[in-house]
Write a protein that binds this ligand. Structure first.
Ligand SMILES: Nc1ncnc2c1ncn2[C@@H]1O[C@H](COP(=O)(O)OP(=O)(O)OP(=O)(O)O)[C@@H](O)[C@H]1O
Length: 287
């Protein structure tokens, strides 16, 4: 485990590469990050009060990197994902995807939420294909990609089932397939497994990590589970209570292939989860 404070990262933006080794600083600055948040502030003005949700947040996420975001409730984690998706404009600072400033809703991202939000009257396959219909993608290619994702997520045999015939885990798999159908370079996940039982959640963690390894997707995952963050991520962003700032960035030095039980038994896993707990505990959060 290596910890880097946000001030250091603001300037260097270094990030681990796919092999788990750290890219050297010169290479990292020469490479355009998949996601860049530069000096972000977000203020909400409501009739009753003004809320500063995020303040001085800077973060570079490398292409193909898996970053988990943890922090106390209300510290601005969902707000941060909305900025990347272009669903919200920052009050100050710049957001860029692949070097291009984000100026409005982005179609080239995938988004998975806590609730799968499937259409009840459509089968699993037709829920996945909705993404293609909304984007006007060629039907044959979309069907082939949907079949590939169905296989990758172990949904074979349930393609024609309706949402009420699927378990919570299966519904989230359908939502994941739908989010990946158009092969987005960036996948945003907001507490995607929060409504699942502990065992299904573990299985989904293992599957998500395998799918991420098999694709080149950059992932930003918001989670309240410290073990989930450390098991899945290359780096964990730990946030402070509102106004959310980055308290610390934790590099997770685990091998790319991560067998679940063996990973949880490693010293690296214990050190990283311990450090995050300490930081969140010090901030008064008990996630
Ligand atoms: N549209 C909005 N208008 C006003 N305030 C908002 C709006 N969206 C978010 N907020 C406020 O901004 C802060 C951050 O909200 P956000 O949902 O990003 O937090 P979070 O870290 O994702 O929380 P949780 O972990 O509980 O889901 C909260 O205080 C919230 O009330």
């Amino acid at each position: 485990m290596t910890t880097v404070n946000d001030t250091t990262l603001n300037k260097s933006g270094t990030a681990p590469n796919k092999s788990g080794a750290r890219a050297d600083r010169t290479t990292a600055t020469a490479t355009t990050p998949a996601v860049r948040l530069a000096d972000i502030a977000v203020r909400f003005r409501t009739k009753r009060k003004d809320v500063t949700a995020l303040s001085e947040v800077s973060l570079d996420v490398a292409r193909g990197e898996f970053v988990a975001i943890v922090g106390p409730s209300g510290c601005g984690k969902s707000t941060l994902l909305k900025l990347v998706a272009g669903l919200l404009a920052p009050s100050a600072g710049e957001v860029a995807l692949g070097g291009e400033p984000v100026r409005g809703p982005r179609r080239d991202i995938g988004y998975v939420f806590q609730r799968a939000a499937l259409l009840d009257w459509r089968s699993a396959r037709r829920n996945i294909l909705l993404q293609a219909e909304m984007r006007g993608l060629p039907a044959a290619a979309a069907r082939a990609r949907a079949d590939e994702l169905i296989r990758m997520t172990g949904l074979d045999g349930f393609e024609d089932a309706y949402p009420h015939e699927l378990s919570g885990g299966m519904q989230q798999r359908v939502a994941l397939c739908r989010a990946l159908l158009h092969e987005p370079p960036v996948l945003l996940m907001d507490e995607p497994f929060g409504a699942l039982d502990a065992l299904t959640r573990e299985q989904m963690n293992v599957e998500l990590h395998r799918i991420w390894r098999e694709t080149d997707t950059t992932v930003l995952l918001v989670t309240h589970s410290i073990p989930e963050a450390v098991y899945l991520a290359d780096r964990v962003v730990v946030m402070s209570p509102r106004p959310g700032t980055i308290t610390e960035l934790i590099d997770v030095h685990l091998p790319r292939e991560r067998e679940y039980a063996a990973t949880l038994a490693t010293t690296e896993f214990h050190e990283a989860t311990g450090r995050i707990r300490e930081l969140l505990g010090a901030a008064g959060a008990h996630d």
